[in-house]
Ligand binder design. Structure first.
Ligand SMILES: [Zn+2]
Length: 253
Protein backbone atom coordinates (compact mmCIF):
# COMPACT_ATOMS: atom_id res chain seq x y z
CA UNK A 1 0.00 0.00 0.00
CA UNK A 2 1.46 3.33 -0.99
CA UNK A 3 -0.68 4.93 1.63
CA UNK A 4 1.07 5.64 4.94
CA UNK A 5 0.05 3.41 7.79
CA UNK A 6 -2.79 4.92 9.69
CA UNK A 7 -1.24 3.99 13.01
CA UNK A 8 1.79 6.10 12.10
CA UNK A 9 -0.40 9.00 11.06
CA UNK A 10 -2.36 8.99 14.31
CA UNK A 11 0.76 8.65 16.46
CA UNK A 12 2.29 11.61 14.68
CA UNK A 13 -0.81 13.69 15.36
CA UNK A 14 -0.74 12.76 19.05
CA UNK A 15 2.94 13.66 19.22
CA UNK A 16 2.30 17.03 17.58
CA UNK A 17 -0.39 17.69 20.19
CA UNK A 18 1.92 16.69 23.04
CA UNK A 19 -0.23 13.69 24.00
CA UNK A 20 1.92 10.86 25.26
CA UNK A 21 -0.35 8.56 27.23
CA UNK A 22 -3.97 7.45 27.40
CA UNK A 23 -6.69 8.47 27.75
CA UNK A 24 -6.41 10.57 24.61
CA UNK A 25 -8.05 13.97 25.21
CA UNK A 26 -10.02 15.37 22.30
CA UNK A 27 -9.58 19.04 23.11
CA UNK A 28 -5.97 19.61 21.95
CA UNK A 29 -6.57 17.60 18.79
CA UNK A 30 -9.70 19.57 17.99
CA UNK A 31 -7.73 22.79 18.48
CA UNK A 32 -5.02 21.61 16.13
CA UNK A 33 -7.60 20.71 13.50
CA UNK A 34 -9.40 24.05 14.04
CA UNK A 35 -12.58 22.17 14.82
CA UNK A 36 -15.24 22.60 17.45
CA UNK A 37 -17.93 20.26 18.69
CA UNK A 38 -21.60 21.16 18.89
CA UNK A 39 -24.17 18.91 20.53
CA UNK A 40 -27.25 18.21 18.51
CA UNK A 41 -30.55 16.39 18.86
CA UNK A 42 -31.38 16.10 15.19
CA UNK A 43 -28.61 13.97 13.90
CA UNK A 44 -28.07 10.21 13.76
CA UNK A 45 -24.58 10.21 15.22
CA UNK A 46 -22.28 12.89 13.86
CA UNK A 47 -21.72 15.20 10.94
CA UNK A 48 -18.96 17.47 9.73
CA UNK A 49 -19.60 21.01 8.55
CA UNK A 50 -17.07 23.41 7.13
CA UNK A 51 -17.44 27.07 7.96
CA UNK A 52 -14.97 29.80 6.99
CA UNK A 53 -11.74 27.86 7.26
CA UNK A 54 -12.69 26.07 10.42
CA UNK A 55 -14.82 23.00 11.10
CA UNK A 56 -17.82 22.16 13.20
CA UNK A 57 -18.46 18.59 14.30
CA UNK A 58 -22.08 18.04 15.25
CA UNK A 59 -22.62 15.12 17.58
CA UNK A 60 -25.80 13.57 18.88
CA UNK A 61 -25.90 14.55 22.53
CA UNK A 62 -27.24 11.17 23.61
CA UNK A 63 -24.21 9.14 22.56
CA UNK A 64 -22.28 7.29 25.25
CA UNK A 65 -18.95 8.89 26.11
CA UNK A 66 -16.96 6.28 24.22
CA UNK A 67 -19.16 6.42 21.14
CA UNK A 68 -19.00 10.21 21.21
CA UNK A 69 -15.19 10.19 21.31
CA UNK A 70 -15.12 7.67 18.48
CA UNK A 71 -17.45 9.73 16.28
CA UNK A 72 -15.45 12.92 16.93
CA UNK A 73 -12.24 11.08 16.06
CA UNK A 74 -13.91 9.71 12.92
CA UNK A 75 -14.85 13.22 11.79
CA UNK A 76 -11.33 14.45 12.56
CA UNK A 77 -10.16 11.80 10.09
CA UNK A 78 -12.40 13.33 7.44
CA UNK A 79 -10.79 16.69 8.13
CA UNK A 80 -7.34 15.13 7.92
CA UNK A 81 -8.03 13.55 4.55
CA UNK A 82 -9.77 16.60 3.18
CA UNK A 83 -6.33 18.13 2.83
CA UNK A 84 -4.71 17.38 -0.55
CA UNK A 85 -1.28 16.90 1.05
CA UNK A 86 -2.67 14.04 3.10
CA UNK A 87 -4.63 12.03 0.58
CA UNK A 88 -1.68 12.12 -1.83
CA UNK A 89 -3.95 11.64 -4.79
CA UNK A 90 -4.61 8.02 -3.80
CA UNK A 91 -7.32 7.10 -6.28
CA UNK A 92 -8.65 4.33 -4.06
CA UNK A 93 -9.15 6.54 -1.04
CA UNK A 94 -12.65 7.50 -2.16
CA UNK A 95 -13.97 3.97 -1.90
CA UNK A 96 -12.24 3.23 1.36
CA UNK A 97 -12.60 6.55 3.08
CA UNK A 98 -15.26 5.55 5.62
CA UNK A 99 -13.31 2.47 6.63
CA UNK A 100 -10.11 4.45 6.88
CA UNK A 101 -11.79 7.10 9.01
CA UNK A 102 -13.05 4.51 11.48
CA UNK A 103 -9.66 2.91 11.60
CA UNK A 104 -8.07 6.32 12.15
CA UNK A 105 -10.53 6.90 15.00
CA UNK A 106 -9.73 3.59 16.64
CA UNK A 107 -6.00 4.14 16.37
CA UNK A 108 -6.21 7.75 17.52
CA UNK A 109 -8.03 6.81 20.74
CA UNK A 110 -6.11 3.58 21.29
CA UNK A 111 -2.79 3.81 19.45
CA UNK A 112 -1.38 0.49 18.39
CA UNK A 113 2.12 1.39 19.55
CA UNK A 114 0.88 2.14 23.09
CA UNK A 115 -1.55 -0.72 23.33
CA UNK A 116 0.99 -3.43 22.52
CA UNK A 117 3.05 -2.14 25.45
CA UNK A 118 0.23 -1.42 27.88
CA UNK A 119 -1.78 -4.63 27.44
CA UNK A 120 0.94 -7.10 28.49
CA UNK A 121 2.00 -4.72 31.30
CA UNK A 122 -1.44 -5.11 32.90
CA UNK A 123 -1.71 -8.85 32.20
CA UNK A 124 -4.24 -8.20 29.42
CA UNK A 125 -6.74 -7.27 32.11
CA UNK A 126 -9.76 -5.56 30.63
CA UNK A 127 -10.59 -3.47 33.70
CA UNK A 128 -7.07 -2.10 34.00
CA UNK A 129 -6.97 -1.33 30.28
CA UNK A 130 -10.29 0.47 30.60
CA UNK A 131 -8.80 2.56 33.41
CA UNK A 132 -6.06 3.64 31.01
CA UNK A 133 -8.16 3.98 27.85
CA UNK A 134 -11.19 5.41 29.57
CA UNK A 135 -12.79 6.83 26.42
CA UNK A 136 -12.60 3.51 24.56
CA UNK A 137 -15.37 0.98 25.16
CA UNK A 138 -14.79 -2.35 26.87
CA UNK A 139 -15.98 -4.03 23.70
CA UNK A 140 -13.49 -2.20 21.48
CA UNK A 141 -10.67 -2.90 23.94
CA UNK A 142 -11.55 -6.59 23.97
CA UNK A 143 -11.50 -6.68 20.16
CA UNK A 144 -8.09 -5.06 20.15
CA UNK A 145 -6.91 -7.50 22.83
CA UNK A 146 -7.93 -10.43 20.65
CA UNK A 147 -5.38 -9.32 18.08
CA UNK A 148 -2.43 -9.25 20.42
CA UNK A 149 -3.01 -12.20 22.77
CA UNK A 150 -4.80 -15.53 22.38
CA UNK A 151 -8.24 -15.09 23.86
CA UNK A 152 -11.88 -15.97 23.36
CA UNK A 153 -14.16 -13.00 24.02
CA UNK A 154 -17.78 -13.57 24.96
CA UNK A 155 -20.23 -10.73 25.52
CA UNK A 156 -23.63 -11.15 27.16
CA UNK A 157 -26.16 -8.32 27.19
CA UNK A 158 -28.93 -8.66 29.75
CA UNK A 159 -28.37 -12.40 29.88
CA UNK A 160 -28.37 -12.95 26.12
CA UNK A 161 -25.32 -13.86 24.08
CA UNK A 162 -24.43 -10.80 22.02
CA UNK A 163 -21.21 -11.99 20.43
CA UNK A 164 -18.45 -14.53 20.83
CA UNK A 165 -15.21 -14.30 18.90
CA UNK A 166 -11.59 -15.22 19.28
CA UNK A 167 -8.10 -14.29 18.21
CA UNK A 168 -7.47 -14.98 14.53
CA UNK A 169 -6.76 -18.69 14.06
CA UNK A 170 -7.68 -19.66 17.62
CA UNK A 171 -11.28 -20.66 17.05
CA UNK A 172 -13.56 -21.27 19.99
CA UNK A 173 -15.89 -23.87 21.44
CA UNK A 174 -19.65 -23.38 21.69
CA UNK A 175 -20.56 -20.79 24.30
CA UNK A 176 -21.79 -21.78 27.73
CA UNK A 177 -18.89 -24.02 28.78
CA UNK A 178 -19.25 -24.92 32.50
CA UNK A 179 -16.20 -22.94 33.66
CA UNK A 180 -17.41 -19.93 31.68
CA UNK A 181 -20.97 -20.24 32.97
CA UNK A 182 -19.67 -20.37 36.52
CA UNK A 183 -17.77 -17.11 36.17
CA UNK A 184 -20.63 -15.44 34.36
CA UNK A 185 -23.09 -16.36 37.12
CA UNK A 186 -20.77 -15.03 39.81
CA UNK A 187 -20.33 -11.74 37.98
CA UNK A 188 -24.08 -11.50 37.51
CA UNK A 189 -24.83 -12.15 41.17
CA UNK A 190 -22.15 -10.00 42.76
CA UNK A 191 -21.67 -7.38 40.05
CA UNK A 192 -17.93 -7.69 40.44
CA UNK A 193 -14.95 -9.08 38.61
CA UNK A 194 -14.60 -12.82 39.01
CA UNK A 195 -12.19 -15.36 37.60
CA UNK A 196 -11.71 -19.09 37.58
CA UNK A 197 -9.69 -21.74 35.83
CA UNK A 198 -10.60 -25.07 34.35
CA UNK A 199 -10.42 -26.84 31.04
CA UNK A 200 -12.37 -26.70 27.82
CA UNK A 201 -12.13 -29.00 24.85
CA UNK A 202 -12.06 -27.38 21.45
CA UNK A 203 -10.37 -28.05 18.15
CA UNK A 204 -9.91 -31.65 19.31
CA UNK A 205 -7.67 -30.55 22.20
CA UNK A 206 -8.45 -30.28 25.90
CA UNK A 207 -7.02 -26.95 26.96
CA UNK A 208 -6.43 -25.48 30.36
CA UNK A 209 -8.09 -22.09 30.50
CA UNK A 210 -8.36 -19.04 32.68
CA UNK A 211 -11.73 -17.31 32.52
CA UNK A 212 -12.07 -13.70 33.64
CA UNK A 213 -15.46 -12.05 33.90
CA UNK A 214 -16.10 -8.31 33.91
CA UNK A 215 -19.34 -6.51 34.72
CA UNK A 216 -20.09 -3.56 32.45
CA UNK A 217 -23.32 -2.40 34.01
CA UNK A 218 -25.03 0.86 33.21
CA UNK A 219 -28.43 1.43 34.79
CA UNK A 220 -30.65 -1.44 33.74
CA UNK A 221 -28.28 -2.49 30.97
CA UNK A 222 -26.14 -5.36 32.17
CA UNK A 223 -23.28 -6.38 29.95
CA UNK A 224 -20.88 -9.11 31.04
CA UNK A 225 -17.65 -9.71 29.16
CA UNK A 226 -15.73 -12.96 29.56
CA UNK A 227 -12.12 -13.35 28.52
CA UNK A 228 -11.20 -17.01 28.15
CA UNK A 229 -7.44 -17.43 27.87
CA UNK A 230 -6.00 -20.81 26.86
CA UNK A 231 -2.85 -22.00 28.58
CA UNK A 232 0.12 -22.23 26.28
CA UNK A 233 -1.09 -19.56 23.91
CA UNK A 234 -1.26 -20.08 20.19
CA UNK A 235 -3.49 -18.44 17.66
CA UNK A 236 -2.87 -14.79 18.40
CA UNK A 237 -1.70 -12.59 15.64
CA UNK A 238 1.88 -11.54 16.17
CA UNK A 239 2.32 -10.02 12.75
CA UNK A 240 3.39 -6.42 13.40
CA UNK A 241 1.20 -5.31 10.48
CA UNK A 242 -1.82 -7.08 11.87
CA UNK A 243 -4.04 -4.06 12.24
CA UNK A 244 -4.08 -3.56 8.48
CA UNK A 245 -6.36 -6.58 8.32
CA UNK A 246 -8.55 -5.76 11.27
CA UNK A 247 -12.26 -5.61 10.68
CA UNK A 248 -13.46 -2.02 10.47
CA UNK A 249 -15.57 -0.31 11.37
CA UNK A 250 -16.11 -1.87 14.74
CA UNK A 251 -19.74 -2.43 15.62
CA UNK A 252 -20.88 -0.34 18.56
CA UNK A 253 -17.43 0.96 19.34
ZN1 LIG B 1 -17.50 9.21 7.85
Amino acid sequence: MSFPKIRDITLRILGACGIEAPPVPMRPILARFRASVVDSEHIAESALIRSDGSWVIRVNRQLREERRAFRIAHELAHIYWSHPDNHQGDPALGDRLERYCSKFASLLLCPHQWFVMDAPAVDHDLARLKNLYSNVSHEALSIRLSYITPVVVTIYDNGQLYRRFSSPGLGHPPDGQPVENGVREQVDIYGKFRQSSGSIKWGGIKRGVRVRGYPVFSGKFRRIILLTTPAGGGGAHDDPDYEEDMPYPFPDY
